[in-house]
Every structure is written in C-alpha cells, then in structure tokens.
Design a protein around this ligand. Structure first.
Ligand SMILES: C[S@@+](CC[C@H](N)C(=O)[O-])C[C@H]1O[C@@H](n2cnc3c(N)ncnc32)[C@H](O)[C@@H]1O
Length: 274
C-alpha cells in the first residue's frame, strides 16, 4: 500500500515553512511531508531529508550531521516517527500479517530480532515486551518464545513468532480488537532499533539543531513516544528554552481516520526554540 503522509495539512501549518528557509525532515520515508515542505521553501530554500532506511542516516545523529556537513542550524525540523506503510512489505519483517524473515531493523547494521530473541534472557525479554509493548501477557509470551527456541532452534520468520505469541495469549485477547502479536512486535521493533533512545537524543539536541525561532514538529504513534515528547517540551518550556505551540496534541480528523487508518493513533506536538 502506498504511504500516505499523516496530518499533512496540520504539520505544514504548524511548521510554517517560508521561501528561502532551511528545513530538515529527519524521517523522510516516502517523501510525502518532505515534498510539501520543499514546495513551501521554494527554489531558494534548502531541505535536508534523511531516513534510516533510504539514506542510512539516523535522526539521532542530526546535530553531528549538521556540523560535519557545515549546514548551520535549521528553521524547522519534522520527525514523523515509526515505520511507513511501505515498510510493511519491504521484506524486513515489520508486519506479522506476512511471513517474512524476522529482522525488523531499519538498517542491516542493527542486530535482527531473530538474534535478539535468542540472546536475551527470558526475564529481560519479558521486561522488554512489557515496557515497550505495554503487553500484560509479556511473561507468558517470553516463556513461550524461549521454550520454542530451546526445543526447536531459532525463530526465523514473523509468521512463526506471531503464532507463538498467539498460542501464549488467551483466545479472547483484547476482545479481538487487535491481533495478539501487535504489542509484542511493537516492543521488539522499538528495542531492536533503539527507537526511544533515538527520540531522546534528538530532543536533547534540539538547541543544537534549531535556530532561535525554529520550529519542531513531532508525530508519534504510541503513548511511550508521545510521553517522551510531551515531557521534553514541558521541561524546555519551564527552563525558558522553548515555547510549546500545542497545548494538547493535534490528532487526525474523522475524515482522515476514515481514509487513512494509520492516522488513528497519530499525535502531533509542536514547539519553537526561543
Ligand atoms: C512514518 S515514516 C515517515 C513517512 C514520511 N513522513 C512521508 O511522508 O513519507 C517513518 C520513517 O522514519 C524512518 N526512521 C525510523 N527511525 C529513524 C531514525 N532513527 N532516523 C531516521 N529515519 C528513521 C523509517 O525508515 C520510516 O521511513
């Protein structure tokens, strides 16, 4: 399925890119938001568009990238977190709907999930699934995974993992609202790619990335990420470093949710460097 940019109008309105400005898209993906930014900053503007999968650059390294490339600070930064719809069929195992190799990493330098499952202890695995997936059956799932590996060797595919998770959880799991493997897959993806650490690093570095008056817009898709963004923005505001432009997170309209289900859990927060 082609990727559709989430909260496109809201992001552009909030970031307010103007002709001649320097913008960064730290998660350029299918270039949906980036294209709209490019149009606004026009011919004289500059856009640095990076993506871990496509350009091999991690947005956590933005401050270093700007320094090494001598680019100066930016007027705006967008982070649209997580993975794109296209990555659900890129063969790297982001989806449990397809039977693919169990990698789940954006770049091949990270340790794939199939190795992580082998190396982590049962307790550590249970904690990871609980903390990053907010999964209440984490203990049972971790036990089933380790038992399977002990008995029949490494878990090689997403399909195998999804089946193990399903068999370790009750039939009535979440009243069928979500597949039993949803939270476990989220947790393992976050762990494998250090997603929360990357986000924290970028948030810490905001004063090194943005000019005075520069705007940052962050779209998150689950509560762990949104909480981190909210807390950083609040602390920056208290310290007089940033002004928060969204008192409450902006969410997708009913129309957008109807046409793009991915937007259902999206939360946009925006702040400005003082
Ligand atoms: C939701 S998609 C972005 C879609 C994009 N805004 C668009 O309109 O097409 C998230 C993207 O972030 C990338 N990504 C995830 N973690 C990253 C990181 N730490 N650094 C850079 N890109 C990352 C993924 O590869 C994915 O393409």
């Amino acid at each position: 399925m082609p990727h559709r940019p989430v909260l496109l109008k809201e992001v552009i309105e909030a970031l307010d890119p103007k002709p001649g400005e320097f913008f960064i898209d730290g998660t350029a993906g299918a270039y949906g938001h980036a294209k709209a930014i490019e149009e606004k900053i026009a011919a004289k503007g500059r856009l640095l568009a990076i993506d871990w999968e496509n350009t091999g650059e991690n947005y956590a390294d933005l401050a270093e990238i700007l320094r090494n490339k001598n680019l100066g600070k930016a007027d705006g930064l967008l982070l649209d977190l997580g993975f794109s719809s296209e990555q659900l069929s890129n063969g790297r195992g982001f989806s449990f709907q397809k039977d693919e190799p169990l990698l789940m990493t954006y770049d091949s330098k990270q340790k794939p999930v199939k190795e992580i499952l082998r190396n982590l202890s049962e307790e550590w695995l249970a904690d990871t699934i609980k903390n990053y997936g907010e999964e209440r059956y984490a203990k049972q799932i971790a036990a089933a995974i380790k038992e399977k590996i002990r008995k029949s060797g490494p878990i090689e595919t997403t399909g195998q993992l999804a089946e193990i998770v399903k068999s370790a959880t009750p039939k009535s799991y979440e009243h069928g609202r979500i597949h039993p493997a949803t939270r476990t897959f989220q947790a393992l993806r976050i762990y494998a790619n250090h997603e929360l650490e990357n986000l924290e690093k970028a948030l810490q570095d905001l004063p090194k990335i943005l000019k005075t008056g520069g705007r940052v817009a962050i779209v998150s898709f689950h509560s762990l990420e949104d909480r981190i963004v909210k807390n950083y923005f609040r602390d920056y505001a208290k310290a007089g470093v940033m002004k928060v432009l969204t008192k409450k997170p902006i969410t997708a309209s009913a129309e957008e949710v109807a046409t793009n289900p991915r937007s259902r859990s999206a939360k946009l927060r925006v702040a400005q460097l003082l």
